[in-house]
Ligand binder design. Structure first.
Ligand code: ATP
Ligand code: MG
Length: 556
């Protein structure tokens, strides 16, 4: 229903038009084509949701194709992480394919171009080749090798494949037009020599196709109907179309959309790799990273990421999305799904002087008050001594302070109303104990006290508290567009990680499931760190309850 009311994005319009005209027999086949040279990030999620989403909407299919034409930077570890992340996001590809499986076919395409007089082996140095291309305002000039005969080109290209030349000695170039206003058509490189071990083909090849020679042709080999990519490939499209036409192969068509950019974030794999290698973060899955694995470890859910990608829509012009929207999406999801628990991050002791020593009660609280039935209840032990949050007590409070202060009353969540009588201080004058009396008839759920209090605070029983480590995260960069800085690493936020070594949580949290979100009441949404040591649980804060950043900005 909702989908029908939403207007179509430009890609949906194109696909519906193609289906109406019966193009490709109404078939829709998209692909997601990552290069396995790093972990996927939230920008890739945008592309995944788009490609898989379009196919799902039009009863089509989506292939996963690893664009593995560069043997030096690619690794199997990345292949595995990419597959894992796509599945986690909730998508299943139809076929798992590798550009390297097409090396033989691509080689054949190159031979076909040579035979048509449309490609030549060039012995020039990289500098000479760059010079031969001219500049955007000046046409290029042919190198001395441009008019080699078909026979000579065939012989040399075969010798390149046979390993007769060292790296960089020769390249294969398309013979198109050295004066074309589009620089990508000025005799682009098709093949280079690289004596390097490839993660899948091993040492079988010492020549590798350039990205531009492999990418479009791979779409064509797989008969991709709608090849969706980001805007920086617009100027490459005429080359893909030229190759398809000259090679007389399946006419895949490329459509471009604006890549996702997020403020306070860097998104290129190259930059993310630097953060990892130079140890600014713990690894690709550091919870501050915009990678899928980082977001997962931080406590983001697949639904929240899909929802975010759908909300931002598909644009044809570059823009920067506020990372606050991503945070809004996870908050919205966790508010509905997270189980509520109590945790005290900065503890001070509260003693209920009129509660008998040694007595304890098992109180209970709904797991999730957002749904009918509360998804069950958990036991919450209560006793004479409790930990409460230091900021919930003030000795000399301002007006409208609805928490604890001498003479004031507050409700302890799921428990009783208490009144603060007195405090105990250490030699330096700081409060070490807050003494209260409780009102026995004020028990939550069966309150007959008739008292009305404005504030409710969270707590954990001292005798039952479990000690955990809590990690609070802030933005990794403190400027809006770090990628635009001369050195993006200079704008790393030095306070992006705050570690609380000993926080107290209610005992039920020892059973926390990894991957599940918990709302620590009044403190934010948290999840168990998947790399927690077994003797001490670590919880990561996914997001605060409200947008503290936006509030800070308003203050300025
Ligand atoms: P990066 O620049 O971060 O290294 P990439 O484009 O080189 O990314 P690929 O592995 O080639 O990474 O990307 C696979 C697919 O994901 C491509 O189709 C690419 O267009 C898309 N993609 C990459 N980054 C983004 C982004 N920020 N927004 C949307 N799509 C993206
Ligand atoms: Mg790329």
């Amino acid at each position: 229903m909702i989908n029908e009311e939403k207007s179509l994005n430009f890609l949906e319009e194109i696909i519906e038009e193609d289906i109406r005209k019966g193009k490709h027999g109404g078939r829709v086949l998209t692909r997601f084509p990552p290069e396995p040279n790093g972990y996927l990030h939230i920008g890739h999620a945008k592309s995944i949701v788009l490609n898989f989403g379009l196919a799902q909407k039009y009863n089509g299919k989506t292939n996963l194709r690893f664009d593995d034409t560069n043997p030096v930077t690619e690794e199997t570890e990345y292949v595995d992480s990419i597959k894992n992340d796509i599945r986690w996001l909730g998508f299943q590809w139809t076929e798992e394919l590798y550009t390297s499986d097409y090396f033989e076919i691509l080689y054949g395409y190159a031979i076909k171009l040579i035979k048509k007089g449309l490609a030549y082996v060039d012995d020039s140095t990289p500098e000479e080749i760059a010079a031969s291309k001219g500049t955007p305002t000046e046409p290029g000039k042919p190198t001395p090798y441009r008019d080699r005969s078909v026979e000579e080109n065939l012989r040399l290209f075969e010798a390149m494949r046979d390993g007769k030349f060292p790296d960089g000695a020769k390249v294969l170039r398309a013979k198109i037009d050295l004066a074309n206003p589009n620089m990508h058509l000025r005799d682009p490189l098709l093949y280079r020599i690289k004596h390097a071990h490839h993660h899948r083909t091993g040492d079988k090849w010492c020549i590798y196709p350039m990205y531009d020679f492999a990418h479009g042709q791979s779409d064509s080999i797989e008969q991709i109907t709608h090849s969706v990519c980001t805007l920086e490939f617009v100027p490459h499209r005429p080359l893909y179309d030229w190759l398809i036409e000259q090679l007389e192969i399946f006419p895949s068509k490329q459509y471009e959309f604006a890549r996702l950019n997020l403020n306070y974030t860097v998104m290129s794999k190259r930059k993310l790799l630097q953060l990892v290698n130079e140890r600014h973060v713990e690894g690709w899955d550091d919870p501050r990273m915009p990678t899928i694995s980082g977001l997962r470890r931080r406590g983001y859910t697949p639904a929240s990421i899909r929802n975010f990608c759908e909300r931002i829509g598909v644009a044809k012009r570059e823009n920067i999305i506020d990372v606050g929207l991503l945070e809004f999406c996870i908050r919205e999801d966790l508010n509905k799904t997270a189980w509520r628990r109590m945790a005290v991050l900065d503890p001070v002791k509260l003693v209920i002087t009129n509660y008998p020593e040694g007595r304890e009660e098992i109180l209970s609280g709904e797991n999730n008050p957002e749904v009918a039935g509360g998804e069950g209840e958990r036991d919450i032990p209560f006793g004479r001594e409790l930990w409460i949050e230091r900021e919930d007590f003030m000795e000399n409070p301002p007006k409208k302070f609805f928490r604890l202060a001498p003479g004031l009353m507050v409700r302890l969540k799921h428990a009783y109303i208490v009144k603060c009588d007195d405090v105990v201080k250490d030699a330096t004058g700081s409060v070490i104990e807050i003494h209260c009396t409780y009102i026995p008839e004020s028990k939550s759920g069966e309150d007959t006290s008739g008292l009305k209090v404005k504030g409710t605070i969270h707590w954990v029983s001292v005798a039952h508290a479990k000690t955990v480590e809590i990690r609070l995260y802030d933005r990794l960069f403190n400027v809006e567009n770090p990628a635009a800085e001369e050195d993006f690493k200079a704008s790393i936020n030095p306070d992006s990680l705050q570690i609380i070594k000993s926080a107290y949580v209610e005992p039920d949290l020892l059973n926390a499931d990894p991957g599940k979100g918990y709302q620590f009441i009044r403190k934010g949404y948290f999840t168990l760190d998947t790399k927690s040591p077994s003797d001490k649980l670590v919880f990561n804060r996914t997001v605060t309850l409200r947008d503290t950043w936006a509030k800070e900005m308003q203050k300025e």
